[in-house]
Design a protein around this ligand. Structure first.
Ligand code: FAD
Length: 360
């Protein structure tokens, strides 16, 4: 029986898949970080660092039967994974879930959880003394950050800058329009349709003066770059016949395979399967991966199994503006404060991910 499954990366896809297969397969999860990083809570942690105690969750209780090896994978081939120290993990199926990097203080650099905590503290202190705060990029992270700061620190002058003409331009108009209205009501200035041209850093919050594409200038005590994620796809790019996509991602076929190796799968942010780089996307990929890997373990050929179907452009999205307000698009309709608060804003799924990692 081919039951050995190696999973590289213990983020949203990797950790949940490892746990789901722990009773049926021989699972090895390769993950260099000491703690799972619950990204949605990292935004509120900028205004409330105490959240980090539950949003950075140790891996030590995740698996009961399988093992978590705390190191980086450095190579993949048809029979397994090579680790940074030269050791091997032999495997029948390999799932690459190396995810993506983002700006400080939202995700660690590499495995540096201590560095993430320090950055969170430093940036929180800078924010407390800042008067004018600029946020460059109005995707979900930039928009939520504006909402969190406006809620927790209403004395700040917050400006949210985007080169798009409206918030969430690919979603139904009602979502972005509703969020813009709520942000303005909370005192946030929106500058839309203009690009910040001289950002000093794409990854570190800093003080400075921004020149916008219309020539105007804006001075800030603290500028947060919120320009999106960049996939960690170095491992995948060493495989035969991979195809690059945007944001450093790698394209996968309809069975989530990134290369000519039939037993190597990729999912989550690193893999372009037609989904966005979101946890919402991983929630659709997970059940498919579970079923498919179980089918392979039972000896079923992959061609006889259902291919993966992505969400498509209108995947659901929940956008809290602090713990009380926000708007969401739930596939069929747009929801307001109450549903957004109950589904995400109050708890930010912190309880769910503590449960996943077997913490109280
Ligand atoms: C601030 C912020 C807030 C967000 N909020 C939301 C939200 O509310 N809703 C939503 O749907 N999405 C949200 N996202 C997006 C979401 O975080 C990502 O889509 C998600 O993290 C992707 O999960 P993943 O498992 O693919 O990768 P990640 O979560 O990035 O995990 C990848 C893991 O792989 C490990 N790894 C990397 N390289 C190696 C290697 N060589 N060997 C071994 N391990 C390796 C890393 O250490 C990491 O633990 C947010 C993102 C950010 C930055």
């Amino acid at each position: 029986m081919s039951r050995r499954i190696a999973i590289i990366g213990g983020g949203y896809i990797g950790a949940e898949l490892a746990k789901a297969l722990d009773n049926t397969a021989d699972v090895t999860l390769i993950e260099p970080r000491s703690h799972f990083v619950h990204a949605p809570a990292m935004i509120r942690a900028v205004v409330d660092p105490s959240l980090l105690d539950r949003a950075l969750i140790p891996y030590d209780r995740l698996l009961k039967n399988g093992r978590v090896i705390r190191t980086r994978a450095s190579g993949i081939d048809a029979t397994g994974v090579t680790l940074e120290d030269g050791q091997r993990v032999e495997a029948d199926q390999i799932v690459v879930a190396t995810g993506s990097a983002n700006a400080m203080p939202f995700k660690p650099v590499g495995d540096d959880i201590v560095g993430l905590r320090k950055a969170n503290q430093r940036i929180h202190e800078q924010l407390k003394t800042a008067r004018r705060v600029g946020i460059v990029g109005a995707g979900a992270v930039g928009t939520e950050l504006a909402g969190e700061i406006a809620h927790a620190m209403p004395d700040k002058e917050i400006t949210l800058i985007s080169d798009a003409d409206r918030l969430f331009p690919t979603m139904p108009e009602k979502l972005g329009a509703g969020l813009a209205k709520k942000l303005r009501a909370a005192g946030v200035t929106l500058i839309l349709g203009k690009r910040a041209q001289n950002l000093q850093s794409m990854t570190e919050p800093h003080t400075g003066r921004l020149t916008l594409s219309d020539g105007s200038e804006q001075e800030f005590d603290l500028i947060f770059p919120a320009l999106g994620s960049r996939a960690s796809s170095e491992l995948l790019k060493t495989l035969p016949d991979t195809r690059k996509s945007t944001a450093n991602r790698v394209k996968v076929d309809k069975w989530l395979r990134p290369s000519a190796l039939p037993n190597v799968f990729a999912a989550g942010d690193v893999a372009d399967a037609g989904d966005g780089m979101t946890i919402v996307a991983t929630s659709r990929q997970l059940p498919w991966l579970k079923t498919t890997l179980k089918g392979l373990m039972a000896g079923k050929p992959i061609q006889e199994m259902k291919p993966y179907k992505p969400w498509g452009p209108k995947a659901p999205i929940l956008v809290p503006l602090g713990p009380k307000r926000g708007n969401s698009f739930l596939g069929l309709f747009t929801a307001g404060d109450l549903l957004t608060r109950k589904m995400k804003g109050e708890d930010l799924f912190v309880t769910k991910y503590n449960k996943l990692l077997n913490r109280a």
